[in-house]
Design a protein around this ligand. Structure first.
Ligand SMILES: Cc1ncc(COP(=O)(O)O)c(C=O)c1O
Length: 361
């Protein structure tokens, strides 16, 4: 048996390694507290689960779903964007439900990347942007995100020869892992830059609803000409504590949405319809849960930041996202410090270098 080079060269997924370490500790009977992955521990709201159970009993939902999703779900997504961001979307052409944002993020590379093509990806960054690029036969170009620039990439610093080969520009705010946020002026500049260089923008925004102290993150789709330049990935995972149900969406540029729909209709058979019905309930039903969850996260954030600063580890309180980006103590690498935390006190954190070279430290 001989596997493809594509698979031979695939690094183990960051969180698989972490889960393995947690399982090994627990098998020894040791207690582990995990700060390692952004997976809400608060259950999905009860009205959403009620709808899911009801829909699961209806035989109409027992058959193959359409890969473009139920029209009512696409309309619910468009309605949610209108209410939340004042953005009007054509539910048939500019909206596509996904089996979680991760799935669409990985598959859109197949719409753009041929051998030798480049995707511009943030470093540190969510690993799927670069892994999706590599699986499609392309090369990631890592754009450093630095604290002194508010963890926004310096687009003008990307070399001309890289831009000639580049097809996709990946952005993600509120940001995993740094917790940084972007405002509309940055997205406007990104649209201009992308249009000047013939790039398609993929903005990944699953954390726009996880925000604190009254702060309201913006959507990339609010930028001028955003729908000419790109798409936004979003998800019900973090907004409604639905990571386990696997449902998200991509919205924006109709040609990009159509290309992804064509790839997906050949690869998957859509999202189980009962889950689509639950998602419609989440998007159109009572939204109080979002504020309730954010108050819980805000309390936890303050406790963690206060504790880190008390023990001498520098970290800023994020305005949004589920993440705290803290410096490791002098003399440690991020992997060494994370290993020590797990071995000595049973606390799991993700080493910064796991998100890219610029995440070291
Ligand atoms: C930045 C970012 N994008 C996408 C995802 C995946 O979301 P989903 O659960 O919808 O696949 C995550 C999950 O942690 C994430 O942090």
């Amino acid at each position: 048996m001989k596997f493809s080079r594509r698979v031979e060269n695939l690094p183990p997924y960051l969180f698989v390694e972490i889960s393995r370490k947690i399982a090994a500790k627990k098998a020894k009977g040791e207690e582990v507290i995990s700060f390692g992955i952004g997976d809400p521990d608060i259950p999905t709201p009860p009205h959403v689960i009620d709808k899911l159970c009801q829909a699961a009993r209806d035989p109409v939902n027992h058959r193959y779903p359409e890969s473009e999703g139920l029209p009512e779900l696409r309309q619910a997504i468009a309605g949610w964007y209108q209410r939340r961001f004042g953005v009007s979307l054509d539910a048939d052409k500019e909206v596509l439900p996904l089996i979680g944002a991760k799935e669409g993020i990985a598959h859109i590379a197949l719409c753009f990347i041929d051998s030798g093509d480049v995707a511009l990806v943030p470093d540190p960054g969510y690993p799927v942007y670069s892994v999706g690029t590599v699986l499609a036969g392309g090369e990631p170009y890592f754009m450093p995100l630095r604290a002194e620039s508010g963890f926004l990439p310096d687009l003008e610093a990307i070399p001309g020869y890289t831009l000639k080969k580049a097809k996709l520009l990946w952005l993600n705010y509120p940001n995993n892992p740094t917790g940084a946020v972007a405002e509309l002026d940055f997205f406007d500049r990104a649209v201009d830059f992308a249009q000047k260089h013939g790039l398609a923008v993929c903005h990944d925004g699953p954390y726009t609803e996880v925000a604190f102290d009254g702060y309201q993150p913006v959507s990339f789709m609010q930028a001028d000409n955003a729908r000419e330049a790109g798409v936004e990935f979003h998800s019900l995972s973090k907004s409604y504590n639905m990571t386990g149900w696997r449902i998200g969406m991509v919205v924006g540029n109709a040609k990009m949405v159509d290309a992804l729909k064509r790839v997906k209709s050949n690869l998957d058979s859509g999202i189980p319809q009962a889950i689509q019905r639950a998602a419609i309930e989440a998007l159109t039903g009572n939204q109080d849960c979002i504020q309730e969850h954010n108050l819980i996260y805000q309390r936890r954030r303050d406790l963690v930041i206060e504790t880190l600063n008390r023990i001498g580890l520098k970290a800023e309180a994020p305005k949004a996202s589920l993440y705290i980006w803290a410096k490791v103590p002098e003399g440690y690498t991020s992997v060494g410090f994370a290993a020590d935390l797990l071995d000595k006190v049973g606390i799991v954190v993700t080493p910064g270098v796991g998100y890219g070279e610029n995440g070291e430290g």
